[in-house]
Design a protein around this ligand. Structure first.
Ligand SMILES: [Zn+2]
Length: 79
C-alpha cells in the first residue's frame, strides 16, 4: 500500500508534497509506519498528520471501491 502525505508536522523528514511512501505497518492507534521514498521511516500520527492512501492498482487516492478486491486489507478496513 502506498501513502502520500498531505500535511506533516515533523520538521525532520524532508518530505515534500507529492512524495510517496510504502506502508509498513498500521499500529493499534491507527499510526501508519511508512518507509518513504527518500529513505526515512517516519510514522504518521492520526490527528497530527494528514495523509491519503493510494490505490495500488491505479495510483489514485484510494476511495471505497477503487479497484479494491475482496480480501485486500483496504477492503477489510471498509467492513
Ligand atoms: Zn484504483
Amino acid at each position: 500500500m502506498q501513502v502520500r502525505p498531505i500535511a506533516t508536522t515533523d520538521p525532520h523528514t524532508g518530505l515534500r508534497p507529492g512524495d510517496t511512501g510504502t506502508v509498513l505497518n498500521v499500529d493499534d492507534l491507527g499510526g501508519v509506519q511508512t518507509r518513504w521514498d527518500n529513505g526515512s521511516t517516519l510514522g504518521l500520527v492520526p490527528g497530527v498528520d494528514e495523509w491519503e492512501l493510494l490505490c495500488e492498482r491505479c495510483g489514485d487516492p484510494l476511495v471505497p471501491g477503487c479497484c479494491v478486491t475482496v480480501g485486500d486489507p483496504a477492503w477489510e478496513a471498509e467492513r
